[in-house]
Design a protein around this ligand. Structure first.
Ligand SMILES: [Zn+2]
Length: 410
């Protein structure tokens, strides 16, 4: 069982005192206490840890509402951690955002760098601030860009080129916009070496734009959530879906293929004890050769969505659409009426200056996707493909999911 953990027992078990303290805190939460009854009071071994029930986002928010943790010697920041309904769910962190550990193990930025921080700031988003904390540790120059509008790309790109920007960071969706606009405008960022990303899976199409705009640039990834903060990092030598966990993050791959995370950092404010982000994954050796177990993230389990009783693999559909010439990004929008899918629409974001052919792609998707052709056998007109000005994004999280479900107005 212990081989399902990122650390061997001799490295992890002496630090499980932190997990034991987290368990004590969780037992004080009235709504969560019953689930820990019958488990040992402490946590001494990896086996005992694996026997504890996992926590989900709602559980963690229930716990935070009760515990209201506060940082010892800094401000306590509230960041939003998404959630699909109601008010934003929150995660807490002290100033610094635990980035000292990331800086110690991830040699991405140094004093010579000029770093453009393109993660959105404000609206309780965390990534901009944690990237700023990393830059602070590195002692580099920082350009706090945040998010910009479509018309502003050319001017800002010219500014970044003038300033000799060596590093840029953002979610892959946002980076895609930056590099697609640069490519369309024929602008180059010759000094750019490092592309930092966090928040979504890497998009392989970015490599094509990077090759044209910034041929020296390589990707550097972080994996984490607003509950766990940064769990692991990778370098250009690692596959884009494989991350090396930080020593203060204990990663567990369950028998069901889902990852869960336990903090070994006594300063962590969120009670992260077998916390599940919903990501599936496995522990593996990284081809980069760095010793120790790496974590391969296989994507979110919830990206298979039920359409008229059949499982639709949204990521496969999106990947197929994004292979189409002239398509910059794609998104699946499922319309439901009382829980039944009434239509599936694939939205396409055209690459600047390109005009993809929605009709041809629709025919290909219908013919090649068993779920679509079967579920819509009698009303294929409800499967549509169209070019849109923008994809549907979540205003609260700033993320653009690969699929969106909408309730039909009745
Ligand atoms: Zn590696």
């Amino acid at each position: 069982m212990t081989d399902a953990f990122s650390l061997p027992p001799e490295a992890a078990e002496p630090r499980l005192t932190v997990a034991a303290t987290t368990l004590e805190r969780l037992r004080t939460v009235p709504a969560l206490a019953p689930r820990y009854a019958g488990h040992p009071v402490g946590v001494r071994t990896l086996g005992e840890l694996a026997a504890l029930p996992p926590l989900l986002k709602d559980d963690l928010n229930t716990a935070l509402t009760h515990l209201e943790p506060r940082a010892e010697a800094a401000a306590t920041w509230l960041f939003q951690s998404g959630g699909s309904t109601g008010a934003p769910k929150v995660g807490y962190a002290p100033t610094g955002f635990y980035m000292a550990g990331v800086h110690a193990h991830w040699p991405v930025l140094d004093r010579e760098d000029v770093f453009a921080n393109a993660w959105g700031a404000g609206r309780m988003w965390g990534a901009h601030f944690l990237a700023a904390a990393l830059a602070d540790r590195a002692g580099c120059r920082v350009i706090a860009l945040g998010s910009i509008t479509r018309e502003e790309y050319p001017d800002w790109l010219a500014f970044l080129a003038d300033r000799g920007v060596t590093a840029i960071g953002g979610t892959p969706s946002v980076l895609r916009l930056w590099f697609a606009h640069a490519r369309a405008a024929g602008l180059k960022l010759p000094s750019l070496r490092k592309v930092l990303w966090l928040g979504e899976a890497w998009q392989p199409q970015l490599e094509e734009d990077l090759a044209a705009v910034a041929p020296q640039a390589r990707r550097w990834g972080m994996f984490g959530s607003t509950e766990t903060w940064v769990v692991g990092t990778n370098t250009p030598d690692c596959p884009a879906d494989t991350f090396h966990p930080l020593p203060e993050q204990l990663v567990h791959a369950g028998a069901d293929g889902l990852l869960d995370f336990t903090t070994l950092d006594p300063a962590m404010l969120n009670p992260v004890l077998r916390y599940r982000t919903g990501d599936a994954g496995e522990l593996t050796a990284c081809p980069c050769g760095r010793p120790g177990r790496a974590m391969r993230v296989l994507g979110r389990r919830d990206n298979v969505v039920q359409v008229r009783g059949l499982g639709l693999h949204v990521d496969e559909l999106v990947a197929r659409a994004e292979r189409e010439p002239g398509v910059s990004r794609a998104q699946v929008v499922i319309t439901e009426d009382g829980g039944r899918a009434t239509g599936v629409e694939v939205l396409l974001l055209a690459a600047p200056g390109a005009g993809p052919d929605p009709a041809a792609l629709r025919a290909e998707l219908l013919a090649g996707t068993f779920t679509l052709s079967t579920a819509f056998q009698h009303d294929p007109e409800h499967v549509t493909v169209r070019v849109a000005d923008a994809l549907v994004s979540n205003d609260r999280t700033g993320k653009t999911a690969s699929f969106v479900v909408r309730e039909e107005a009745s």
